[in-house]
Design a protein around this ligand. Structure first.
Ligand SMILES: [Zn+2]
Length: 230
């Protein structure tokens, strides 16, 4: 099993999947992030490209994730990039690391880079069905990223519907530590990128699933094996 967390921006992988990623690594499963905009040139309050690159590497180490795949697609301008380029970039990472499980953004996040990333992942997820020399993907999950998934308006479009939960009681503090490694991204409450909001969300998702703290996902695709049902 090899897990790839495909996100638009540095910090999305921690916000949406940090607790789960750290728990997977603790269980001996290889997981890494694929961050499509390595250099966040248009992002306000960012501490500079080199610092952001350092912060990204530090956050991956705190979570225990393998070395990330970093793209240089233009931040906040993914809608100017040909869809195929995003798809092929993700496919190349999937092939290189023999990925069996993909986590990515929900297709109706408010942030357009997130939506472009999700659509590209959906296309890349069909790679094995377009070639006959690969084994198929087993799992595609959409994650929720506070200040993007929750900021999408829910009229006239689809919304995040959590149906899959991962216990992060043992890794929630690691998730917060990894977020703190990204200088300048956390905010005071009531902003969704505050520690108070993140703990409240993890508590709610835990309550929905019988855990103290959890991350929630929406399953887009799952190929079950007999061992998954026991
Ligand atoms: Zn983002």
């Amino acid at each position: 099993m090899s897990v790839l967390i495909v996100v638009a921006h540095p910090d999305d992988e921690v916000l949406g999947c940090g607790g789960t990623g750290a728990a997977l690594v603790n269980a001996g499963i290889k997981a890494r992030a694929c961050i499509l905009s390595g250099a966040a040139l248009a992002r306000s309050n960012h501490p500079g490209d080199q610092k952001l690159s350092d912060d990204t590497q530090t956050a991956q180490k705190i979570l225990g994730l393998s070395s990330p795949v970093l793209g240089d697609f233009p931040n906040i301008e993914f809608n100017t990039v040909p869809h195929l380029q995003l798809v092929e970039f993700i496919e190349s990472a999937m092939l290189k690391y023999k990925v069996t499980t993909l986590f990515t953004h929900h297709p109706w996040d408010l942030n357009e880079d997130h939506r472009c990333t999700s659509l590209a992942c959906q296309a890349a997820a069909r790679l094995a069905q377009r070639r006959n020399d690969l084994s198929g993907l087993q799992t595609l999950m959409y994650m929720e990223v506070p200040s993007a998934t929750d900021w999408g308006f829910d009229n006239a479009r689809d919304v995040f519907r959590p149906d899959t939960y991962f216990d992060i009681e043992s890794t929630f503090d690691t998730k917060l530590e990894a977020l703190r490694a990204y200088r300048g991204i956390m905010r005071p409450p009531p902003h969704p990128r505050s520690e108070e909001y993140l703990r409240a969300l993890a508590t709610v998702r835990g309550g929905e699933s019988g855990k103290l703290l959890a991350e929630a996902f929406q399953c887009a695709f799952r190929a079950l094996r007999p061992s998954d049902l026991v």
